[in-house]
Write a protein that binds this ligand. Structure first.
Ligand code: CO8
Length: 261
């Protein structure tokens, strides 16, 4: 895609958009210009009716080795505070469509946080996660302490945040940080993520969006609030054509034809 300098975009399968972080020499360090392009591409695909799910990946060596330390090193408190540095990097978490992180190699610091902002994380056996910020005199700033604590608990999050040690793909899977490690015989982690995205894209878009909203309610609020939210969204889907079609197709023993409304 000629309109971007630091990412590549593609539509590798029906209903699937793929964004590849492309600063290989810097191990995909997340600079402001890179994130601007990433947000723009994600927003474009979120609006694109031919896309049902998105995949973000990096290179084999690095998903992303963190925010760009060389860009950050001379910034002052006034710079980062008044310019709301990295605030709009969280826009990924507000997209309507599901985003899958396909992680190979280093997912460190902001790279780990970027993966955690996605809805599903698939890991290659080489994936390495960590929040090494403590070793450069700071702490995670893109949700690492918050999202990790919800996903892997306080004790593990404290250990990672306070020591900066890395976690292997298998350990991340055992902790529930990633949905699974893709074994080599299944192909690359990107291929597996594109396949998974294709499966999601083959469902009713409106039901998928509702499912994402409902799961996010579990992640963000209390159980009581979440149960109410889920039931309201479930009830709401009875106003859609896809609920009528999906249930009619089941009763008639045929495949549903989604209208996505
Ligand atoms: N920033 C800038 N450049 C980087 C970064 C980075 N985070 N990581 C790697 N690079 C560059 C290196 O400087 C090097 O460039 P050059 O060839 O010009 O010297 C090139 O990438 C290759 O890296 P290495 O030579 O270091 O490769 P190694 O295989 O020896 O080591 C490591 C790989 C272990 C990943 C190592 O590069 C490393 O430790 N990187 C830094 C990891 C880190 O500390 N990350 C956290 C950064 S702070 C942060 O992310 C704050 C988050 C803010 C919120 C973001 C929300 C999304």
């Amino acid at each position: 895609d000629t309109q971007y300098e630091f990412i590549l975009t593609d539509k590798p399968a029906d209903g699937v958009a793929l964004i590849t972080l492309n600063r290989p020499k810097a191990l995909n360090a997340l600079s402001s210009p890179l994130f601007k392009e990433l947000n723009a591409a994600l927003a474009r695909f979120d609006e694109d009716d031919t896309v049902g799910a998105m995949v973000i990946t990096g290179s084999e060596r690095a998903f992303a080795a963190g925010a760009d330390i060389k860009e950050m090193k001379d910034k002052t408190y006034a710079d980062v505070y008044s310019n709301k540095f990295i605030e709009n990097w969280g826009e990924i978490a507000r997209l309507r469509k599901p985003v899958i992180a396909a992680v190979s190699g280093y997912a460190l610091g902001g790279g780990c946080e970027l993966a955690l902002m996605c809805d599903i994380i698939l890991a290659s056996p080489t994936a390495t996660f960590g929040q090494p910020e403590i070793s450069i005199g700071v702490i995670p700033g893109g949700g690492g302490t918050q999202r990790l604590a919800r996903v892997i608990g306080k004790s593990r999050t404290m250990e990672l945040t306070l020591t900066g040690r890395n976690v292997s793909a298998d350990e991340a899977a055992a902790w529930g940080m990633v949905s699974r490690v893709v074994p080599p015989e299944e192909g690359t982690v990107v291929e597996a993520a594109v396949k998974l995205a294709g499966t999601i894209a083959s469902k009713s878009r409106i039901a998928v969006q509702a499912g994402k909203d409902a799961v996010n309610a579990a992640y963000e609020g209390t159980l009581a609030e979440g149960l109410v939210t889920e039931r309201r969204i479930f009830h709401g889907l009875f106003a859609t054509q896809d609920q009528k079609e999906g249930m009619a197709a089941f009763a008639e023993k045929r495949k549903p034809v989604w209208k996505h409304q």
